[in-house]
Design a protein around this ligand. Structure first.
Ligand code: AMP
Ligand code: MG
Length: 469
């Protein structure tokens, strides 16, 4: 495996060099052959097990844990990789990809934690991130999950696991907050130069502002994509906002089934700060914290403020644009006007009133199935008239809807069943679900009803997702 260690060129305050802590009895649970091939990895099975458990590192590797801070549920905290180790980067087509082991043991940033991760949450991250990728949404990827043969103590004892995560980088808004706190403007500038080079960001004569614009645009697009697909991240803390614009840190995230904009799944989000409907606004709040970190104590900070505020305002516009364009495509419309925006809002209101399933409603519309709920049938009448007025062929409309309305998403119920089986040693349901999730727009083949049904009512009552512990 050929690795670079680009991150080491940053000043030492940004990381601690250390080795992953070896594990007792590693066993490969899942390995992503397709991703390995994309990255040009050709390790044999023995080497895979050694590297992706952390029991050995490639010869030239100089592993490290990254330092960062973050606003968690609104409160600023010093964090860092408490249980993750960056092994190095892999070069592919002129870009670098981080190879990071999550659950690789204690680091100087572990605080009270054990530095480990458990099988179910790591397999969950694998399923959800690979599903997101198949849905066309920017995300970190999952290369492997190895179980460790060790017990980790959570609410109940669980088997330990190490997930290998691949990312365009692990730079976060929180990395900049840390830079400002620890090293002031100079450290921020150094980190910004690194980010700009690493992500090939076009930078004019104000590089910090160019970086801000880039990240704001990426977040607007990303969060619009989440909203369209019914994804709730669950912990949109600033340490979980990737500078590269990827979805990162699959903790208590989940996909909404019955449409309700107030949906919250996370057991730790008691106030609903990160509820479905709040995500766009929180994205903007996180960007404001990013602006503060970038501006810091610069003499000219005040004079620069309006330029940053302008980008924050643009973010809202850009988000809405991306959201409505994508939502309109879901109902087969290419260039939405104001009436189509309202049509989208009305559809969601009708779905809420009738307790409809978000994903399945769009699938039914795509398949031309009749919706029986009164609110939806009224809406459908109006929508059909609109499509006729636009006058595109049925095929064009259908193709657009098919490409934007997945049949299969990682529904909580099916995911939980697959994880429960995996914990008992049966990986078959996991692999079956994974295969289906990597082919989400499958209108031509039949799908197992387990993957398309909402969570049974009695299960929903008690369903919450827990942080990726
Ligand atoms: P997360 O909720 O995964 O974004 O994690 C928030 C912070 O807690 C990060 O700094 C993690 O590295 C740290 N952390 C989470 N779990 C553990 C653990 N088991 N041991 C040490 N640190 C942890
Ligand atoms: Mg995090």
């Amino acid at each position: 495996m050929k690795l670079t260690h680009d991150y080491l060129q940053l000043p030492g305050l940004f990381y601690s060099e250390l080795q992953p802590v070896p594990v007792q009895n590693p066993k490969m649970l899942v390995y992503n052959d397709a991703l390995a091939e994309e990255l040009g990895l050709s390790d044999d099975k023995d080497a895979q097990l050694l590297y992706f458990s952390g029991n050995a590192v490639p010869k030239e590797a100089r592993p490290l844990a990254q330092a960062y801070s973050g606003h968690q549920f609104g409160y600023y905290t010093r964090l860092g990789d408490g249980r993750a180790v960056l092994i190095g980067e892999i070069e592919k087509d002129g870009a670098l990809y981080d190879l990071q082991l999550k659950g690789a043991g204690r680091t100087p940033y572990s605080r009270g934690g054990d530095g480990r991760a458990a099988v179910a949450p790591m397999l969950r991250e694998y399923l959800l991130s690979e599903a997101m990728h198949a849905l066309g949404i920017p995300t970190t990827r999952s290369l492997a999950v190895v179980k460790t043969g060790e017990t980790v103590l959570r609410q109940i004892p669980q088997e330990g696991a190490v997930l290998t995560r691949v990312a365009k980088s692990h730079l976060r808004v929180g990395t900049f907050q840390y830079a400002q706190e620890k090293g002031g403007n100079e450290a921020v500038r150094t980190l910004a130069d690194y980010a700009i080079r690493r992500h090939k960001i076009p930078a004019g004569d104000n590089p910090l502002l160019s970086l801000f614009q880039y990240v704001a645009d990426k977040q607007a697009e990303l969060i619009a994509a989440w909203m369209r697909i019914g994804f709730i991240h669950g912990v949109m803390n600033t340490d979980n906002v990737s500078i590269a614009g990827e979805t990162i840190d699959y903790g208590p995230c989940a996909f909404m089934d019955t449409y309700d904009e107030n949906t919250v799944f996370s057991s730790i989000d008691r106030q609903g700060r990160y509820a479905y409907k709040n995500q766009p606004r929180i994205g903007q709040w996180n960007l404001a914290r990013f602006a503060e970190a970038l501006l810091g104590t610069q003499d000219e900070a005040e004079a620069q403020l309006p330029a940053y505020e302008k980008i924050l305002t643009q973010y809202e516009k850009r988000y809405k644009e991306a959201y409505y364009t994508g939502m309109a495509a879901k109902i087969g419309i290419a260039d939405p006007d104001a009436s189509d925006r309202k049509r989208v809002d009305d559809l969601l209101a009708a779905m809420k009133k009738s307790g409809a399933d978000y994903t399945n409603t769009f699938v039914a519309l795509t398949r031309g199935e009749t919706c029986t709920a009164t609110q939806l049938s009224e809406w459908t009448e109006d929508w059909k008239k609109r499509l006729t007025a636009i006058g595109e062929t049925k095929e064009a409309v259908f193709a657009r809807m098919r490409a934007n309305n997945p049949v299969v998403i990682p529904r909580n119920y099916a995911v939980e069943l697959a994880l429960a089986a995996a914990e008992k040693g049966d990986m078959a349901p996991f692999h079956k679900l994974l295969a289906q999730l990597t082919d989400p727009f499958c209108y031509d083949q039949p799908t197992d009803p387990l993957y398309t049904m909402p969570m049974p009512a009695q299960e929903r009552q008690r369903y919450q997702t827990y942080c990726g512990t």
